[in-house]
Every structure is written in structure tokens, then in C-alpha cells.
Design a protein around this ligand. Structure first.
Ligand code: ADP
Ligand code: MG
Length: 349
């Protein structure tokens, strides 16, 4: 597996601000490296009394979910569903697990909803740039022109109805490739929350590389306070604090994975229309919603759309709130966040 160069920043993307005080049962927390990033689960409270060891075992089950997600959906893991689909592009249909099918279905839904700003067939461009990988480079305009026709989620052929076990996928053009990097962490967070809640966990935080999903309220029954990183700060300072209850908070930004050449920064969120990193006056987009898979896909989509179209699009979505941070230091909030977002840095307004 490829190890991302940006292990440290991933830690700093979003931090949960906690007010520990004296607690009878200290929280149990563990981190590990999955899906190219640091994944942490912290259990604060359970409905029935569980020992620290039992809580640790629940977190291990969360890591099993992450491992399964990686084995199914990593594009650079030989034999994964996604690797097999991509290898067979233009040749044949590939049978996949129900889990991968669920994520692909969701991915196609958000591709459609965003008018292709989010597009799960972004694979050829992700490979060409290899941002965050071992050989990042700037593809020539000619190369990009050749790749652009391959990026079109509408061409993906899926078979198998919604409830059946698994299904199959066919990419009709040779060299087409899907990439679930913009949605898989959110999916894994949702699955983890379901497992933890079924196991009696009443307060917890799941943080998969900055894709945060909370269970219950913070101990003391107040909303959680999530620090949103200042995208311009090298030291992981917060630009503001967001209050959330049982919700997902996901940020997509220019500081997560990137490389620099001749003083110019190339980040990992690509515009499927131009084939280049989306450059539109945004530094980051944070999305709050009930489901982490939704927040994950939409944070990427809204980032690609840019400040004007993105704000308008977010306003039309039920149960979705967003914070847009522009390169000029403006923070634009959807109405539902106005009371819940507190700006902490003097560089922003
Ligand atoms: P992160 O993975 O850092 O949390 P995102 O959720 O925004 O950030 O996802 C970025 C990843 O999604 C990229 O690394 C790439 O794999 C994929 N991706 C990049 N651009 C797009 C796009 N326009 N649509 C769908 N996926 C994308
Ligand atoms: Mg995303």
C-alpha cells in the first residue's frame, strides 16, 4: 500500500476540542493508518457498563470495517473490487461485493446531483497527477485533453438491483477508471457508527482522516465543539469552532494533499471539466450533514463548484449545511450554520 506523504497534516485537519476534567471512565481512543490516512475512534460513553478492554475490542471492529473498505475499494490495491473493475475497462463486466456496490451507487448519485463536479470516474486524472503519491507531476495539456473524454460517470454500467447481494460493474471504454477516494472514508465512518450504536455506544467520535462523525452529544450533554483548521496555517491553527450534535463534519481543502512546483501549489481535488486541480478562489469547504458519506461526497463536489455555484447548490440541499473559506479570507456560511460557527482567527471574517 502506498503511504501518503501527508500523514502529519491529516492529524491536524480537524481536531476535536475536549474539556476533559475529572472523569470516572476516561475515554478509550485508538488510531491506525487506513485508506491512506490516520483513522481514530474515541469512545466516551456506553449504555451498559463496558470495560476498557471491551471498548478496545469495539474499536478493533471499527478497524476491521476500515480494512474491509480498503480491500474492496482502494484503487491501488491489487485484487480489490475497484482495481478489478478498472483493469477490465473496455473488456468485461466485473462482479463486486454488496459494499462496493453501495458506495458506487452513492457515488453515482452524488456525481449526478452535482452535475459532474463530483465524478467517480475521475481515476485517469488521479493517476496522471498522482498527487499525494510517489511520483506527482504536471501532465501536459495534450495528455489532459486525451484523458478528459474518459471522465464521465454517465457511462458506468451497473447491474443488480438495490437489494440484491452485490452486483456487477462495466466501464465501457478502455482506460476508464473509477476512484472512490472522495467518498470511501465517509462510507466507512457511517458503517462504524452503525456498529458502535448497535453495540451500545452512546457517545463517541469517529475521525477518519478529517471525516468526523459523532455519536450522541459530548459528555455533559452539550454539543461537540469541532475545530476547523485554518487552511492557510502550517501549524494546524483553527480558523473557527463548529458546534455539532449527532452529525458528520467533513472538510475538503487545498492543504490536505498537494505538491508544489515553481512556487505553485497543485492539490488533490480535481475539476473533471478542466482536468486540473480546482482553482476557483476557495481554500476549503466544510459540510455538515447526518450521513458522513453525504458530507464526504458533497465537500469534494462543492469545492469543485467554487464559491458562487457551491453556495447556491448547498442552499438547495435538504439537511446539508456548509462553510466555504475563500482565499481572500472570507468565510461564507449557509443559514443553518450562522449560530453554530464561531470565528477564532483574526485573518477571517
Ligand atoms: P480527502 O480524501 O483528503 O479527505 P476529499 O474527500 O475531498 O479529500 O477527496 C479527494 C479525493 O477524491 C482525491 O484524492 C481523489 O481520489 C478523489 N477526487 C478528486 N477530485 C475528485 C472529483 N472531482 N470527484 C470525485 N472524486 C475526486
Ligand atoms: Mg470527500
Amino acid at each position: 500500500m502506498k503511504v501518503a506523504a501527508s500523514l502529519l497534516p491529516a492529524f491536524l485537519i480537524l481536531a476535536v476540542l475536549l474539556f476533559s476534567g475529572c472523569q470516572e471512565n476516561p475515554p478509550v481512543s485508538k488510531s491506525d493508518f487506513y485508506l491512506d490516512t490516520v483513522c481514530t475512534v474515541t469512545i466516551y460513553e456506553t449504555n451498559t457498563s463496558l470495560s476498557a478492554e471491551e471498548k478496545n475490542r469495539l474499536i478493533d471492529r471499527a478497524f476491521t470495517i476500515l480494512g474491509e473498505t480498503e480491500e474492496d475499494m482502494s484503487s491501488h490495491l491489487e485484487g480489490s473490487d475497484v482495481a478489478r473493475i478498472n483493469e477490465a475497462s473496455g473488456k468485461k463486466t466485473v462482479s463486486i461485493s454488496p459494499r462496493t456496490m453501495e458506495v458506487i451507487r452513492n457515488g453515482l448519485h452524488y456525481s449526478e446531483l452535482s452535475g459532474g463536479a463530483f465524478d467517480i470516474t475521475i481515476g485517469p486524472l488521479v493517476s496522471a497527477w498522482d498527487i499525494g503519491g510517489e511520483n506527482p507531476r504536471i501532465p501536459s495539456q495534450k495528455e489532459l485533453q486525451e484523458l478528459l473524454p474518459l471522465i464521465d460517470y454517465r457511462k458506468v454500467v451497473i447491474k443488480g438491483d438495490q437489494d440484491s447481494a452485490g452486483g456487477s460493474v462495466f466501464l465501457p471504454q478502455k482506460e476508464m477508471a473509477i476512484d472512490l477516494g472522495g467518498i470511501a472514508k465517509g462510507y466507512a465512518a457511517d458503517r462504524t457508527a452503525e456498529m458502535l450504536i448497535e453495540s451500545g455506544v452512546s457517545r463517541a467520535i469517529i475521525d477518519y482522516g478529517g471525516n468526523i462523525l459523532t455519536i450522541g452529544n459530548r459528555p455533559g450533554d452539550n454539543p461537540w465543539r469541532i475545530g476547523i483548521q485554518d487552511p492557510a496555517s502550517e501549524r494546524g491553527e483553527y480558523l473557527g469552532i463548529l458546534q455539532i450534535t449527532e452529525e458528520a463534519v467533513v472538510t475538503s481543502g487545498i492543504y490536505e494533499r498537494y505538491f508544489e512546483k515553481d512556487g505553485k501549489r497543485y492539490h488533490h481535488i480535481l475539476n473533471p471539466k478542466t482536468g486540473r486541480p480546482a482553482r476557483n478562489g476557495l481554500q476549503s469547504v466544510t459540510v455538515v450533514s447526518k450521513k458522513a458519506i453525504e458530507a464526504d461526497a458533497l465537500s469534494t463536489a462543492l469545492f469543485v463548484m467554487g464559491p458562487e455555484k457551491g453556495v447556491e447548490h448547498a442552499a438547495g440541499l435538504q439537511g446539508v449545511e456548509a462553510a466555504f473559506v475563500t482565499t481572500s479570507g472570507k468565510v461564507i456560511l449557509t443559514p443553518g450554520l450562522k449560530e453554530r460557527f464561531e470565528i477564532k482567527s483574526e485573518d477571517y471574517n
